[in-house]
Design a protein around this ligand. Structure first.
Ligand code: AMP
Ligand code: MG
Length: 492
């Protein structure tokens, strides 16, 4: 690519470092984005740009379209495709960025370091199959859901921009091509460690772990054995993340080890979706016929993925293999208890409980069973509990729900906190709005036809998920029965 042909405006605010591309060459290949025919900005994240120290004024229009399509490189970028591996639905494969290109790391004014990645930016040496491209719908879907997750307070990669390419992409039908600019604390995955462990090079895992320690786990870098401490910390962050998914009904859909970030962010929004009626068996993804990644399976799957990570770290945990295995097993077995504690604390808050009683787990599980039995909407039932709205809700028609409600009221009355405190806590922890599948689909359908206003409105609503706003009431409705057998497709 001829960089001189498109000199980037210095006032755009780029402040790149490229620490990953200084890592050993086995971890990536240099790869420029492919040029596209007619880049056009369709959505730009002003607030995110600002927090990154980027000029929205400079980048939200045509100049930004040129950068975020990959047609020109921002100042200081060293574009690479990252190598990784992964267990996909349980089967190990060597992978790598097949359609994503990391431009570099933007050093933000707050001191943060953020990967800036173009997704859908063309073929790389890792694109064994596939065209290296992405379609507009799935890229907007990632934008909407990742930004909704952020607003919900859940650790996630972010979305800075979506640019259409003016070129077709061929899937089951002909679709519009697009490039998403993804912002992440990093794109290091469990699968990156698996890749390093497969190399004929004993030092690769250590190089990667030392880098990860410095970048994401500096707090434990001084521990007696920092590798043990890091594994412990990774497990802790994943336990916390999984609890937050379970608190909001988020179903990732494709929890392969290459789609699990080492720093504990939600990453790789493919066939993900939010559950409507509470049911641990909920699966939306068309490719997950066995339900491996069903809602209720997510915590044990996370633990399984973490075991794959621990395997790669064994030589660093202890000199003797047996001792290393024992250390790893002990750490891995702590996942369940850690997850349980995060989950329980969060569910207590969702029910307005400010102290702990032994019977709380039973109280929470009884509510879940009741929601399952009557196919009650998970999000709405919990939100309605925080006000009189519960008496007008579908839940209230159920006798066993009203009995549960009595028990819960008595539990609230026993705690020192006032009802007012409990209710205000609940309003902060139970979102009024989530990205409902039918709303997301409607936004994408309009966008595909050239009308981006439906998506803009949806994004506005999703940016304030905990606020009571009567104007947002339509966004609280679960899908009409006709749309309830919702399926998501991988969308590559
Ligand atoms: P995913 O299911 O999106 O996590 O992707 C799994 C692997 O397939 C990754 O290595 C991707 O880079 C690769 N991949 C996905 N879509 C494409 C595509 N359109 N062209 C080339 N590689 C792709
Ligand atoms: Mg992936």
């Amino acid at each position: 690519m001829n960089k001189a042909a498109h000199p980037a405006a210095p006032s755009a605010g780029w402040n790149f470092d490229n620490s990953y591309s200084r890592l050993a060459p086995v971890f990536f290949t240099a790869q420029d984005p492919a040029k596209v025919r007619e880049p056009r900005m369709v959505i730009f994240n002003h607030a995110l740009a600002q927090s990154l120290g980027l000029s929205a004024e400079n980048l939200s229009g045509e100049a930004g379209a040129i950068i975020f399509s990959g047609n020109a490189l921002p100042q200081g970028a060293t574009p690479i495709a990252q190598a990784y591996a992964g267990h996909q639905f349980g089967h190990f494969n060597m992978l790598g960025d097949g359609r994503a290109i990391l431009l570099g790391e933007q050093l933000a004014p707050d001191g943060g370091r953020f990967d800036i990645q173009l997704k859908g930016a063309g073929i790389t040496p890792f694109s064994r199959r596939g065209d290296g491209r992405a379609a507009l719908g799935p890229m907007l879907r990632e934008y909407i859901i990742s930004e909704a997750m952020h607003a919900l307070g859940i650790p996630t990669t972010r979305s800075l921009a979506v640019v259409t390419t003016g070129e077709p992409v061929y899937r089951e039908t002909v679709l519009q091509g697009a490039v998403l600019t993804r912002v992440a604390d990093s794109h290091i995955r469990v699968g990156t460690f698996q890749y390093a462990a497969m190399l004929d090079d004993n030092s690769a895992v250590k190089t990667l772990v030392d880098y990860t320690l410095q970048r994401h786990y500096a707090g434990v870098a001084q521990a007696e054995n920092p590798y043990i401490a890091m594994l412990d910390a990774v497990i802790d962050r994943q336990a916390s993340l999984l609890a937050q998914w379970m608190h909001t009904g988020f179903i990732h859909g494709v929890m392969n080890t290459d789609n699990m970030s080492i720093c504990g962010e939600t990453i790789d929004y493919g066939p993900c979706a939010f559950m409507d009626a509470y049911d641990p068996g909920t699966v939306f993804s068309s490719i997950d016929a066995q339900g491996r990644y069903a809602f209720g399976n997510q915590p044990p799957i996370a633990q399984w993925n973490l075991a794959r990570l621990a395997e790669t770290l064994l030589p660093l945990l202890h000199d003797e293999q047996q001792a290393a295995v024992e250390i790893a097993q002990e750490l891995l077995s702590s996942f369940a208890a850690k997850f349980r504690q995060y989950w329980l604390n969060g569910m207590r808050a969702k029910l307005g409980l400010t102290n702990a009683e032994d019977t709380d787990t039973g109280l929470i599980e009884a509510l879940c069973k009741c929601m399952l039995r009557h196919r009650l909407d998970y999000t709405n039932t919990l939100r309605d509990l925080a006000s009189d709205a519960i008496r007008q809700s579908p839940a209230w028609q159920q006798e066993d729900f009203r009995a549960w409600h009595d028990d819960w009221q008595q539990r609230l009355a026993r705690q020192p906190a006032t009802m007012e405190t409990a209710m205000s806590l609940m309003l902060q922890r139970n979102p009024a709005v989530i990205p409902r599948n039918h709303q997301v689909e409607a936004a994408l359908e309009a966008a595909n036809a050239g009308d981006f206003s439906v998506m803009q409105k949806l994004l506005e609503v999703l940016a304030e998920p905990y606020r009571d706003n009567p104007a947002h009431a339509p966004y609280r409705l679960p899908a009409p029965p006709s749309a309830q057998r919702y399926q998501t497709f991988c969308g590559t």
